[in-house]
Design a protein around this ligand. Structure first.
Ligand code: ADP
Ligand code: MG
Length: 243
């Protein structure tokens, strides 16, 4: 904070007075659909707000030694692969203006490091991940739900590129995992959560118009938050009549 000029000071003082809750955005979509890219574009355009991104990937359970031996049979795309209770408790705390410690998941060792990263409450909290709409309790914390809708062939192409080049895996392993787990899990668990979205973005990060509209909406909502700080009574009116 020391480096911020006066006009860049975050407008979160309302949090401490209990008048302002962070605006929570959920970003879901298939693996390699462009979720992280969409989040980055939203953050870049919301430069004057404090935004923090929590990714569901941080909440992967570490694998046991037994699971590590059969790692090719482990389903990383299943809801049970994530510690949803911990994610929920972190999101609740952030929503109530409390800082949290979140784990870090290491994709090389398949181990989870607890309390690896401190996340401070912010004006905007983005939760992104393939299955962030799966649990109704997580959905209920969100003020805006975005589904990034990218064709399966584009997702597969990006995944092959990423897993072979960035993660050093061989193509056969990537394709086996795709047909065995990634595709079925998309159809069984991820696609059915599309109906919960407020906004569906076709083509993800390629869609500048959608990102512009989303950012405008967030600004409007945050503006209303600011109003709440000045006139706390309005808060009641607003929540009552919110659509
Ligand atoms: P996700 O977070 O949903 O897995 P990412 O945003 O990380 O998806 O995108 C997956 C890959 O696709 C990355 O390598 C990223 O650079 C690339 N990518 C994402 N969006 C676009 C886009 N609009 N055009 C080209 N490449 C993209
Ligand atoms: Mg990502």
């Amino acid at each position: 904070q020391g480096s911020m000029s006066a006009e860049e000071q975050p407008t979160t003082s309302g949090l401490e007075n209990g008048h302002q809750e962070p605006f929570v955005i959920g970003v879901a979509g298939g693996a390699s659909s462009g979720k992280s890219t969409v989040c980055k574009m939203i953050i870049d355009q919301l430069r004057d707000q404090r935004v923090v991104v929590v990714t569901q990937e941080s909440f992967y359970y570490g694998l046991t030694d037994e699971e590590l031996i059969h790692v090719h049979d482990y389903n990383f795309d299943h809801p049970d692969a994530f510690d949803t209770e911990l994610l929920l408790s972190c999101m609740k705390n952030l929503k109530h203006g409390k800082a949290v410690d979140i784990p870090n998941y290491n994709f090389k060792t398949y181990k989870s490091v607890p309390n690896a990263r401190k996340v401070n409450p912010s004006d905007v909290i983005i939760l992104e991940g393939i299955l962030v709409f799966h649990d109704s309790r997580l959905r209920d914390l969100m003020n805006m739900k975005i589904f990034v809708d990218t064709d399966a062939d584009v997702r597969l192409t990006r995944r092959i590129r990423r897993d072979t080049i960035e993660k050093g895996r061989d193509i056969k392993t990537v394709l086996d995992q795709y047909s065995k787990f990634v595709k079925p899990a998309f159809e069984d668990f991820i696609l059915p959560t599309k109906k919960y979205a407020d906004i569906i973005i076709p083509r993800g990060g390629d869609n500048d118009v959608a990102i512009d509209l989303i950012v405008q909406h967030i600004r409007t909502k945050l503006g209303q938050h600011d109003l709440c700080k000045i006139h706390p009574n309005l808060y009641v009116i607003q929540t009552t009549y919110q659509i």
